[in-house]
Design a protein. Sequence first.
Length: 144
Amino acid sequence: MTDPNKPQPGTANQPAENEQNTKVKKGPTGKKSGLLIVILLFLALVIFSRHEAINTIKCTPEIIAQKPDVIMLGAWWCKYCYRAKEYFQRNNIHYCEYDMENTATGIQLYQKHGGGLPVLLIGKYQLNGFDEQRLETALSLLEK
């Protein structure tokens, strides 16, 4: 007589002997699919974050002598700096940029005026961050 509490071969709880021998070993597919998802997300991020190159007008002594309307302290990775440069070029605003990470003057000015990027120096006014309306207001107050 068989014990009803003990799983029997061929039941749902325990496969029959011949079924045990036919099982296929499964590999670490979870790890492979996780890696594939990470790679796809990275590629999507790279593709969707790409934007058109914009010329950076560096603040040289010659440019500073021409008294640009805006002196910008920025960084190559800053998306708001990119938007500001795009806006300046689209609206023919005379500007130049100091890299606040890689130039001595940029580092010094950022230490003095910093607190967000970009820092926009417009005459006697300072804007931290890029906002078109505030920029237009500051430019309109410039004494020409």
